[in-house]
Design a protein around this ligand. Structure first.
Ligand SMILES: Nc1ncnc2c1ncn2[C@@H]1O[C@H](COP(=O)(O)OP(=O)(O)OP(=O)(O)O)[C@@H](O)[C@H]1O
Ligand SMILES: [Mg+2]
Length: 446
């Protein structure tokens, strides 16, 4: 069942219940008021008839008492009848002025009618006969009045409930329209269309949801762009890496091998200086092993599995110190880093490597401090990397991918990354990632 039908059904049931209850209350009130009114009129007439008849006791031979009682005919809600000895009603003393239009329906009369009062008063006539004055309640006037009041009460109730029904319906209508707008926005996001924006909605709560949907689609749009450019950059790096390797192989290995071959051929000559040739070949081999080591470090830090993270970081830092003697690089790390899983350790290594490369490329610093620590807390162990230089500082926004890739690495593991810099105050890169320990089988492989 749709929300609209459900709401309409509920409201309709509530309206019916209110009307039934309201009708029942109206009838109960009418019944009470009719009974009260009749009782008081009846008692009043009884008192007056008694007093008239008692006063007329001495002068019963004239008709003054009868005239006095007839004067009571104008009192409402009571019927006075004179009954002779043969139980025949000789006279009814009431004035009935009921309008036909105000006549209540029979069901209403039945609903408000109770047992009404009646009484008889005997009267000795001068000729010795006994007549009776019969007084009985006549509720029809009062019931007509109550019917009028109940109708007014009932219709005002209907009007009020109708207005409330309309107002609730209008509110729900605009709420459902807002829900429809938000749903269409979510469907667009689901189908990968992140350009559309939801319009602002008058109801503030829905407007907040709509602006969250807009933020979500903007974030997804940005993430998709980021992913696309990262993927392009990865391919670009891959191509560069291959080009670099083939150049290294060609320039270094190819030429060195050619030289070794030429020396081997020369050593065959009768007058060859075999000792000098052997020294040259040893020099070329030393050079080649340096080239191969540097190529392997670029491809993958093999020592990470062999020596552990601490020693690999020391090796990396020594390489930077060797190549950039004017830069003071300090490294601090916790011994417990050796427990770190390979997956996290490689991220730590790459982040430190990228930070040091950035310092060389952009910072113009003369010192850089690298710390990699293990922070313990009750329910959360983190590996925390901090690289601070004293260079010119700079902003990470730009064409480069290094900072973006570091952030991706950290956030993919559920960690936090920050790049902070003030002009001439250097750059401070902080990254913290969950400290995931090596599994048993991973340690064995290592
Ligand atoms: N230590 C630093 N000191 C000063 N500026 C820095 C530092 N590190 C990064 N930056 C600034 O942040 C920018 C982005 O760095 P990022 O590493 O993302 O790109 P890149 O180094 O230019 O290129 P690559 O994609 O090859 O890493 C740099 O262009 C530079 O302006
Ligand atoms: Mg970089």
């Amino acid at each position: 069942m749709s929300l609209r039908s459900l709401i309409n059904l509920r409201i309709l049931l509530s309206v019916l219940l209110i009307l039934i209850l309201g009708g029942a209350i109206a009838i109960w009130q009418a019944r009470q008021s009719v009974e009260r009114e009749l009782r008081s009129s009846f008692h009043l007439v009884m008192q007056m008839v008694k007093s008239e008849v008692n006063q007329a006791d001495m002068i019963r031979d004239n008709d003054d008492w009868l005239q006095s009682i007839k004067a009571l005919r104008h009192l409402r809600h009571v019927q006075i009848a004179l009954i002779d000895e043969r139980d025949t009603v000789t006279e009814i003393l009431t004035v009935s002025e009921r309008e036909a239009s105000r006549k209540p329906p029979a069901w209403f009369v039945a609903a408000v009618t109770t047992d009404y009062l009646a009484a008889e008063y005997p009267l000795k006539m001068p000729d010795g006969s006994v007549r009776r004055i019969q007084i009985s309640a006549d509720p029809m006037d009062e019931i007509s009045e109550a019917w009028g009041e109940s109708q007014a009460y009932f219709w005002s109730l209907v009007l009020m409930v109708g207005v409330i029904f309309l107002a609730i319906n209008m509110v729900f209508h605009s709420m459902l329209r807002a829900v429809g707008t938000i749903l269409s926005g979510l469907r667009q996001v689901e189908s990968g269309e992140y350009d559309g924006k939801l319009p602002s909605i008058k109801i503030s709560e829905f407007d907040a949801i709509a602006s969250e949907v807009n933020n979500l689609s903007e974030a997804l749009h940005y993430a998709r762009q980021n992913n696309q450019s990262l993927a392009r950059h990865t391919l670009h790096i891959q191509e560069n890496e291959r080009r670099h390797l083939s150049r290294e192989l060609h320039d270094e290995m190819g030429q060195s091998l050619t030289a070794v071959k030429a020396m081997a051929v020369a050593s065959k000559q009768a007058d060859a200086d075999v000792g000098a040739i052997a020294d040259s070949i040893i020099g070329i081999c030393n050079h080649l092993s340096g080239v191969v080591r540097s190529m392997m470090r670029t491809l993958h830090p093999l020592s990470l599995a062999d020596l552990g993270l601490g020693a690999t970081l020391v090796d990396l830092v020594s390489e930077y110190r060797r190549r950039h003697s004017d830069l003071l690089v300090t490294l601090d790390y916790d011994d417990s880093l050796e427990l770190l899983s390979h997956e996290v350790a490689i991220h730590v290594y790459r982040i430190v490597q990228e930070c040091l490369t950035n310092v060389i490329r952009h910072a113009r610093a003369d010192s850089v401090k690298v710390t990699v620590t293990h922070s313990h807390s009750d329910d959360d162990d983190q590996v925390v990397i901090n690289v601070e230089d004293n260079g010119i500082g700079g902003q990470a926004e730009g064409e480069g991918f290094g900072v973006r890739a570091m952030r991706e690495r950290v956030e993919n593991l559920g960690g936090r990354f920050s790049f902070e810099s003030e002009p001439e105050q250097g750059v401070s890169v902080k990254a913290s990632m969950p400290f995931i320990e090596k599994q048993q089988d991973e340690s064995k492989q290592d």
